[in-house]
Design a protein around this ligand. Structure first.
Ligand code: DC
Length: 335
């Protein structure tokens, strides 16, 4: 006995959608595995808790799967789970190496079958990109690349060396002798400067503006962009930054631009810093964020801006869950 798995999604919970999706899924599984209908012993379906209109098992019977036994179950509600999804296991009496089939939005459940893909998430400071990007990466089990951390590491090195971040020639000369690495431990990105873990230090307030300043230098940017493209070219990942969808990966499979009002963005940063025990003045922080946005938006090379084909999400009134769900929905629609 061999088990073949499959999954698909529907765009709305209607009887017609369910019938169509189940028929398409089963027929695809049959053809990709060269199955004869009487070789299928059992079909076991599960559907997510937002599907109520029809039993997938009934849809399978109607699609002509007459001789096998059928069963449908409903899955519990899982936070962050793929919505409106129907899964199936086919128990087959045949000696074969199964080809599992994932259609429509369910393709994101099996990146190994769907092939490599990249997700670009851009936006200004405090728009929620890094929190959301980390969540998406975890849920899809792909890499998260925080590109801002690279500019921050560069800025930290300049500040430590007493170099003005605005002095391009000196920053570039400094970076030539520095080893900047991005490594992963337990799925978390660590930024290493000459082997020293600077992941915490680069988050400090003075480093933020300096990072924005070093990012204006074309030679610094091209050096870091090359590293980012190299990583994204090797594996599926979510990259967050300012220029991912416009410059680093203009052909990214999925592009999002997150934004939020300056007050909300400043409040998020303020809460983060207070939680870390740092002393901050809200108005100063807000001013720093607005100034940094302006600098990032007005630089000559690869400024912060929404790519024409990016999905815009204003996260002002949204929870992290809401934004993650909106991104997953948009990805499903595109697949
Ligand atoms: O995302 P962040 O706050 O860690 O980024 C720090 C600075 O680095 C940001 O103000 C501008 C720069 N940056 C950039 O120019 N391009 C990127 N892809 C990421 C960050």
């Amino acid at each position: 006995m061999v088990v073949i798995r499959g999954a698909t999604t529907i765009s709305s919970d209607t009887k017609e959608e369910i019938r169509k999706a189940v028929k398409e899924l089963l027929e695809q599984i049959e053809s990709r595995n060269a199955l004869k209908r009487d070789e299928i012993v059992s079909l076991v379906f599960s559907s997510t808790s937002d599907i109520h209109s029809y039993y997938p098992a009934k849809a399978a019977r109607e699609a002509g799967f007459m001789s096998c036994s059928l069963f449908s179950a409903q899955e519990p509600d899982i936070e962050g789970g793929l919505p409106l999804c129907i899964r199936v296991m086919l128990f087959v009496e045949k000696n074969l190496t199964p080809s599992h089939v994932y259609l429509r939005g369910a393709k994101i459940l099996r990146k190994d079958l769907a092939g490599k893909f990249n997700i670009a998430i851009d936006g200004p400071a405090g728009s929620g990109k890094s929190t959301v990007a980390k969540r998406i990466a975890k849920d899809l089990n792909i890499l998260y690349l925080d590109t801002g951390a690279m500019y921050r590491a560069c800025a930290l090195k300049a500040l430590e060396a007493g170099i003005d971040p605005a002095d391009e020639a000196s920053v570039v000369a400094l970076m030539r002798d520095v080893k900047l690495d991005v490594v992963y431990e337990n799925g978390l990105q660590k930024t290493l400067l000459d082997g020293r873990d600077v992941s915490e230090e680069i988050r400090k307030a003075p480093v933020s503006m300096a990072a924005s300043t070093v990012s204006k230098h074309a030679s610094v940017r091209m050096h870091l962009v090359e590293k980012q493209r190299e990583i994204a070219g090797r594996m599926s990942c979510v990259l967050d930054g300012r220029d991912i969808g416009t410059f680093v990966l203009p052909d990214a499979d999925f592009k999002f631009y997150l934004t939020a009002s300056p007050d909300i963005r400043a409040k998020r940063r303020y809460d983060e810093m207070v939680a870390k025990g740092e002393q901050v003045d809200f108005d100063e922080l807000k001013e720093a964020i607005v100034n940094r946005d302006m600098q990032d938006m007005s630089r000559a090379l690869a400024p912060l801006k929404q790519a024409d084909d990016a999905v815009l999400i204003d996260t002002s009134g949204m929870s992290v869950e809401d934004v993650v769900a909106a991104i997953k929905r948009a990805m499903q629609e595109k697949i």
